[in-house]
Ligand binder design. Structure first.
Ligand SMILES: *[C@@H]1O[C@H](CO)[C@@H](O)[C@H](O)[C@H]1NC(C)=O
Ligand SMILES: *[C@@H]1O[C@H](CO)[C@@H](O)[C@H](O)[C@H]1NC(C)=O
Ligand SMILES: *[C@@H]1O[C@H](CO)[C@@H](O)[C@H](O)[C@H]1NC(C)=O
Length: 330
């Protein structure tokens, strides 16, 4: 390359090659072994305390402890990367039951002793990701969480049956949360032409299932599309912290799917309300990937949120709950 570039006549060609390289080179994707330079050790008490504070005490704003150092940033990001996809559910593995086709079941107590409502949250890792934030809404006495890696609902199978027959009908949860990554429905949700949605078989099935469920609950909260970045935010954060490199606080808003939006807004479900990830993290062209108050990452990987990010999403979940239940919160 250098040799070609040395030749004056080839300068233009060279510039073109360099330019196209800069377009086609993939963005840096941190590899697992960018980690191995870090000595593995248990997180310090300061990090652990802060982690606990962040994932339980939703009512007070996050404040970085005064002795917090770069080491704690790294420990913190490593800690939430390691467990429950960035979620901080209080159900330890020994409290989790396995139900219907390897789905996990756990109960999370509400944080308000006067909470009255029962919530049922189900879906895949995203449902697990936000369950503590739901339970921290003072309306709830308890939130039941049923999740599975890659689980989809409706699944035309055991998961539908279990949720409807074993949980929704007998329990009549006040609020149902259907929270999932739509990647697993890609074929239908992202690809169905907008004017064909209403005649799509899977769409009709969603409406059918939602109609059944609506008979046994007051509200159904459904997530809109997740934001999916090109690389793992907290891995990149750790790498840059270790190497003293500047950290991107904002990334370009990844493209959204109008087909998926149309699918969700076409559902025939008067009790449904939606909450969006973009509303919580993005404004127009850019999305925040760092929490400005603490400098900590809002995302665990390219798409799951971190315990810090969950706090940013929580007001949007609360809003959807209050709207669905017709509650005016001052
Ligand atoms: C960290 O906390 C544990 C348990 O509370 C305690 O036993 C230990 O001494 C603490 N370590 C330090 C370095 O403060
Ligand atoms: C949740 O509340 C129940 C009943 O009040 C209690 O028995 C149980 O230990 C609590 N679970 C957790 C994880 O705190
Ligand atoms: C909903 O409940 C009503 C009244 O209890 C009943 O007539 C209707 O069949 C139910 N619909 C579904 C879809 O279960």
């Amino acid at each position: 390359m250098l040799k070609i570039c040395n030749c004056y006549r080839n300068l233009a060609l060279c510039l073109i090659i360099l330019y196209s390289c800069s377009i086609y080179l993939p963005e840096y994707v941190p590899k697992k072994d960018s980690f191995s330079t870090v000595e593995k050790h248990d997180p310090s008490n300061l990090t652990l305390q802060f982690y606990k504070e962040i994932s339980t005490n939703f009512n007070s704003p996050i404040k970085i402890p005064s002795k917090w150092a770069i080491e704690n940033d790294i420990e913190f990001a490593e800690k939430f990367y390691g467990i429950f996809m960035g979620g901080a559910i209080p159900c330890t593995p020994d409290m989790i039951q396995t139900v219907a086709n390897k789905k996990q079941y756990c109960e999370i107590n509400g944080t308000n002793p006067n909470g009255k409502l029962i919530g049922l949250a189900f879906g895949n890792s995203y449902a697990m990701n936000i369950a503590t934030a739901i339970a921290a809404n003072p309306l709830f006495e308890k939130v039941i969480l049923v999740f599975g890696n890659g689980a989809t609902f409706p699944d035309h199978g055991a998961f539908d049956k279990y949720l409807i027959e074993k949980l929704i009908k007998p329990l009549k949860p006040n609020v149902i949360f259907m929270v999932q990554k739509y990647y697993y429905f890609q074929k239908h949700l992202y690809k169905t032409p907008i004017n064909k949605i209403r005649e799509n078989k899977e769409f009709k099935n969603w409406n059918k299932i939602l109609k059944i469920i609506q008979n046994f609950t007051s509200a159904i909260i459904i997530n809109k599309e997740q934001i999916i970045f090109d690389y793992e935010i907290s891995r990149d954060f750790i790498r840059r912290k270790i190497n003293g490199l500047p950290i991107e606080a904002r990334l370009k808003n990844p493209p959204q799917s109008p087909n998926l939006e149309a699918w969700l807004s076409s559902l025939n479900c008067p009790k449904c309300q939606f909450f969006g990830y973009r509303e919580a993290f993005c404004d127009g062209e850019f999305c925040n990937v760092l929490d400005l108050a603490t400098g900590l990452p809002l995302f665990r990987d390219s798409n799951h949120i971190s315990p810090v990010g969950i706090r940013h999403l929580k007001p949007f979940i609360d809003n959807a709950i209050h709207k669905a239940l017709n509650i005016c919160v001052l």
